[in-house]
Write a protein that binds this ligand. Structure first.
Ligand code: C5P
Length: 296
């Protein structure tokens, strides 16, 4: 591809997610520690000959999006929103390499939208500061601002209040999805009971290594696990499989599920866990990866 720009759309991991309240508009307020994995989707962009925007889908998970209208894809919605707000006339040819399972709690669609905003700002020469893009990101979805921010982030509000934190110690992960999509609104709607107190996580703490991080994370939870497991019991099997693998320090669901992650001290242990889980469960999506390195 000539003049092609490439932008990663990294998988988003909610290391914990506390639901702290509900707003009048139905959205829930959260406290969540978010980091990103060094794997994900990829957005490629190049200038179009005219003013049209086109989107092509490739990658192993592309068939899951093929039935939906292209205009509804978050990549196209992000591109159109950016064009409208900044009065851009140019078009673009976009390609989404869909590697992450869709509707799976690791922010595939949100990361794609954020990567589209980033790549098109470069392609179209929009000198937007992050503070100008954040409201656009929020219009596209509650998880898009955190994906635009990247790094290690403490996320509050419905996803718009972001505090960048010091990088976490390096660790390896295994991501596992049972091959079934779950609807985020359905999971939030199925949640009941008390809300978790806000600000339980000290934002200024640092960790000597991943074992210390996992110890601290065990004091927290993902409050969407119970409703998610009720709607999709296989999530329990996924968490059990991760937790049983040698060396697993913590196994937990990300976002509204169904993808769960396991934390492992090193890449060899993660690779061994991933191949054992994949061999025993050929229908599951299994990926070993690392926490993304701190940004430049
Ligand atoms: O913003 P997004 O489109 O990702 O949210 C999808 C749905 O998930 C919302 O309509 C809402 O029902 C639910 N949600 C929520 N609280 C959040 C994020 C999402 O209740 N913080």
């Amino acid at each position: 591809m000539h003049n092609q720009l490439i932008e990663p759309a990294q998988a988003k991991i909610n290391l914990f997610l506390h639901v702290t309240g509900k707003r009048e508009d139905g959205y829930h307020t959260l406290d969540s520690l978010v980091c990103f994995a060094d794997c994900g989707d990829i957005i490629r962009a190049r200038p179009a000959d005219d003013d049209t925007l086109t989107l092509a889908l490739t990658g192993p998970m592309a068939p899951a999006l093929a039935d939906a209208s292209t205009a509804d894809n978050l990549v196209m919605r992000a591109a159109n929103l950016l064009r409208d707000r900044f009065g851009i006339r140019q078009g673009a040819e976009l390609i989404l390499e869909k590697n992450l399972p869709v509707a799976s709690g690791i922010g595939g669609g949100s990361a794609d939208a954020a990567a589209t905003l980033r790549v098109l700002c470069k392609l179209w020469g929009i000198p937007a500061r992050p503070a100008e893009l954040a409201p656009l990101a929020l219009e596209l979805g509650a998880d898009v601002p955190v994906c635009l921010e990247g790094g290690t982030v403490f996320m509050q509000g419905i996803g718009e209040q972001l505090t960048p934190l010091a990088p976490l110690p390096g660790f390896s992960m295994v991501l596992v999805n049972p091959g079934k999509a779950v609807s985020t609104p359905a999971i939030f709607n199925a949640r009941d009971g008390e809300f978790t107190e806000a600000d339980l996580w000290a934002k200024d703490q640092s960790f000597a290594d991943v074992t210390a991080l996992a110890d601290a994370l065990r004091e927290c939870r993902n409050d969407l696990t119970l409703p998610a497991v009720t709607l999709l019991p296989e999530i329990c099997d996924v968490m059990d499989a991760l937790a049983r693998a040698d060396g697993c320090l913590l196994a937990r669901m990300s976002g509204s599920g169904a993808t769960c992650f396991g934390l492992y001290p090193d890449a060899q242990m993660a690779a061994r866990a991933a191949s054992a889980i994949a061999n025993a469960n050929p229908d599951w999506w299994v990926k070993d990866c690392k926490i993304a390195p701190p940004q430049g």
